[in-house]
Design a protein around this ligand. Structure first.
Ligand code: MG
Length: 234
């Protein structure tokens, strides 16, 4: 049995949540970029699949973590493909990570404000919201593309603060990308958690200073206890 995650819920007013790889299974995105896109690229541009894979891998490894890297319009133009339409072809892979929906339902019962903070492009966000119904659990959605800067950069947090103010000292932020967590830490967000298995089909072992969440059941247990205690520390 996993132990409750020792988050001090009475000290948390705002819960900032990443989407891909945190609330939702990263398999949708990994499968699309690494498997489906090369196949469709090779079909549409009539080239060899191995060649398409090698080319796309090289291109995708460039500028990782920049807003351009997350931008569907950029990739559509560069690859001469309708990326949003191709992503919709594998939308059956969109789904919650284990116990993530239950986590959101528990958060609804808590006084904390729940904000989705994503680097995904609006087209991907809309697709995922339509499939999962995720928006009903959220108080706000912040899309880094609106500020033209990714969560990996400090400027993102300063811009977000202007439209969706939060107290970093009393905020929890959960993300699967370590560079993003480091950026959040540098900005001063006090409570941080990393997702250890963002993609249900790919095992990863990360060595990180951040406490890790495997699935949300341990977090849920801690939050449930806090709710039962009326918001007191566990
Ligand atoms: Mg993520």
């Amino acid at each position: 049995m996993s132990q409750p995650d020792a988050l001090t819920w009475s000290q948390i007013d705002t819960v900032l949540l990443d989407m891909d790889g945190t609330l939702l299974d990263l398999h949708f995105d990994s499968f699309f970029w690494l498997e489906h896109l090369p196949v469709r690229y090779a079909q549409i541009h009539q080239c060899d699949l191995a060649e398409a894979k090698a080319y796309l891998l090289t291109e995708l490894s460039k500028n990782r973590g920049s807003i351009q890297w997350y931008c569907v319009d950029h990739w559509s133009e560069k690859l001469k493909l309708d990326i949003a339409a191709l992503r919709a072809e594998v939308s059956h892979n969109v789904g919650y990570r284990p116990f993530a929906k239950e986590f959101l339902q528990l958060l609804q019962r808590s006084p904390a404000k729940v904000v989705l903070v994503t680097n995904d492009h609006r087209s991907g966000l809309e697709l995922k919201l339509a499939i999962t119904g995720l928006a009903e659990y959220l108080d706000a959605i912040v899309v880094s593309h609106d500020f033209c800067v990714a969560k990996e950069q400090q400027k993102f947090w300063r811009e977000m603060q202007k439209v969706e103010p939060f107290d970093p000292e009393r905020s929890l932020f959960i993300d699967d990308t370590l560079a993003v967590l480091h950026s959040a830490k540098r900005y001063g967000i006090k409570h941080l958690r990393a997702i250890s298995q963002p993609d249900s089909k790919i095992r990863r072992n990360i060595d990180t200073e951040f406490r890790q969440i495997g699935c949300f059941s341990a977090v849920n247990k801690g939050l449930e206890l806090a709710l039962q205690a009326g918001g007191n520390d566990e």
